[in-house]
Design a protein around this ligand. Sequence first.
Ligand code: ZN
Length: 141
Amino acid sequence: MLKFVVLSNAFMGFLKGTKLYSIFTGKCPVCHNESMYKTANPYKLQDTLKMHERCSHCHTKYKIEPSFFYGAMYVSYPVGLFFAGAAFVIAYFGFEASRLNTFFAILVTMIVFMPVIMRLARNIWINFFMKYDPEKDPKVD
Ligand SMILES: [Zn+2]
């Protein structure tokens, strides 16, 4: 487990400065220094979508305009399809499940990963409009 954490931290360090870093970590899309979300764990369901108004490092306002994050709904569709596709491949080809059981596997996957899908969709959506700016990242030397 520790090894996994060290490895994933190394991988994330490698991604820093790219949109993928902000998308996978939920960090501020401009300075990559802090999470946009008030709670790190997306499975605290009443807090899944609670976000800070601004980044305390670079003062970027996340909700650019009213209802900005409604657009994330369009993104959650392909993100959801990706999870459904992965569940299909693993259940149908990996476990050679029947078509009915594959259907249930997809259903359960969609429900279980819903909070992750919603956050990923928001992260991707906001990264369409903002990009990393090293000048606003005080940790860059
Ligand atoms: Zn920031």
